[in-house]
Ligand binder design. Structure first.
Ligand SMILES: [Zn+2]
Length: 132
């Protein structure tokens, strides 16, 4: 069976098995929320990945993770990411750049949003009434 979804990944083998299922669950359950920047306080915008449920409806996890963008690179506060990040900082040659299911899901989410927006713009441009 073919899989129409192509996932962002620094390492192609990073999205297999459990992680792939988790990314799909995050997307399907709409667990990603964008918290807008607040110009009044100078606070930057960030993303939240809310807890997801297993297929049987039980909780997969109960923690909400915050993802911030640091110089254009997403950084997650989960243990998996922070552990990989520490190893990467110690030895960037021996260790792959940090990644986790939350950041992978966010990349895929943004890619889909971008495609959605492009589609809407294409449709509205085509539907634009002609002048005269
Ligand atoms: Zn994470």
């Amino acid at each position: 069976m073919s899989e129409p979804i192509v996932f962002y990944s620094n390492h192609a083998n990073a999205l297999v098995g459990t992680m792939r299922r988790k990314v799909l669950a995050i997307l399907r359950q709409g667990a990603i929320e964008y918290v807008k920047a607040d110009p009044a306080t100078g606070a930057h915008g960030y993303f939240l990945v809310h807890p997801i449920k297993n297929e049987d409806g039980t909780n997969y996890n109960v923690t909400t993770y915050k993802i911030v963008s640091i110089r254009g690179v997403f950084s997650c506060e989960c243990q998996g990411f922070t552990t990989k990040e520490a190893k990467y900082k110690l030895d960037p040659i021996a260790n792959p750049p940090p990644n986790c299911s939350h950041v992978s899901a966010l990349h895929e989410h943004l890619k889909r949003k971008h495609l959605e927006r492009q589609e809407i713009m294409t449709i509205s441009a085509a539907a634009k009434p002609t002048e005269g």
